[in-house]
Design a protein around this ligand. Sequence first.
Ligand code: GAP
Length: 506
Amino acid sequence: MDALVSLCKRRGFIFPSSDIYGGLNGFFDYGPLGVEMKNNIKAAWWQDFVHRRDDMVGLDSSIIHHPTTWKASGHVDNFTDPLVDCKVSKQRFRADQLFFAAVTVETESSATGSSEKQIVGYVSALESDRTDAELLEKAETFKRKKAIRGRLLPLEARDMTQAKPEEIPLIPSPATGEPGSLTPPRSFNMMFQTYIGALRDDSAVAYLRPETAQGIFINFKNVIDTGRVKVPFGIAQVGKAFRNEINPRNFTFRSREFEQMEIEYFIAPDADWQKCHRDWIDAGLAWLDSVGVPRAMLSEFTHPKEKLAFYSKGTVDIMFKFPFGVQEIWGFAARGDYDLAQHQKFSGKSMEYFDEAAKKRYVPHVVEPSVGVDRIFLAALCAGYTEDEAPDDKGNLEKRTVLRLSPRLAPVKVAVLPLVKNKPELVAVADQLHARLKRKYVVFYDQSGAIGRRYRRQDEIGTPWCVTIDFDTLANGTFTLRERDSMKQERIDEKALFALLDEKLA
Ligand code: GAP
């Protein structure tokens, strides 16, 4: 991750937000290359899930909705995370991500030969892919430092939502390492509040949307009234979402401002929702694979029935193997008619749809595929980041960093490189090719430095192809086309180059 985060900053993919003021935790800015790649993710998703299907339409709702939207959806009452404060360090932790364990030792009485178990203290650690190992290390250190005799018994880690009231004062804060400063968990609403207009009272309170989905539900009636759609059909929306996350972390993985790409797919109440749900999960897996997030790094997590909301029929997440652990990137929830029925109740407007074919009126049910743009971005970078070796201009092997991004996502599609910059006839041909290519694609022109170095610079930002204009170009009109991953080179003319780009980027 460190190498990737540094590459992102150095080459202009992602910067910490408000960098000159020391950054702002949980917020990020996408730089010149980052914005291209992010736009490519959104465009590829929209193309494949909206334009190339016959059962989908799009929407772009406002970010701030009528506040009743969030009362109806349940966000005002339930969009909370359990929060624990450290009164000494003033740090805040998500209770379900703060783990602790009792340090229990077993001693034997030499007189009676009987053994006795005793809790001698507590240890804590924040959730990571080595939480258990960290707790064990801390327990061993604790026992050694306090010179406690006896055998350390296996630890049983629990998170702070499971702590008994009498245990809380004994659990050390991860910030200070000392017990006594953690508060019991309390609910913290993650919506960012704002005010509409000049008033600053409760009547003016509004929220920055924590998901794009509700914008779709509150427009359901408008969309079906336009007459273009028939159930089953879906509405897609891409846009910013805001959550006041207690612990933003793992670079952009959990941010406070991020972008979602969401679909509400409406089906009849008696339709086979399981098949629809499965089809969307399969479509998600196949799509990720097609944009360079390989199937081998993906897995599925089915939410246990007892943890689902009462209205939910089933939720499956597509998980990606990040360097910091296997984590969710795309959620697929079968939500029944909960959202539309709630908006019908709170607005007093009918959300019923008249199904001509079935001659029935009903409130449709919904399957909701919901994915974060930033998470796909990060997954594609993690999957694509490789270090290998390549020959330099003298033929000596040197380390090469290469981002094996899919051509559709790569920020720059092709680099145009005149072999040398002091031959006006080469530069003129390169200029003309560059001008023709950039009418259609994002192209980078680079004439400075040895050719091997210029290739390396493009490899590092994931440019799939480089074309070099050399003396043969002047003689026969062909260029050297160099492919990023294999580093293979071939001669190609302009017509074939455009055909290749059109095919690979479609
Ligand atoms: N409408 C359903 C919904 O919002 P979610 O699981 O809370 O469900 C969906 O979010 C997706 O949005 C996640 O799978 C993830 O890709 C992305 N996401 C959620 N919270 C995020 C955060 N704090 N930072 C970045 N992406 C986030």
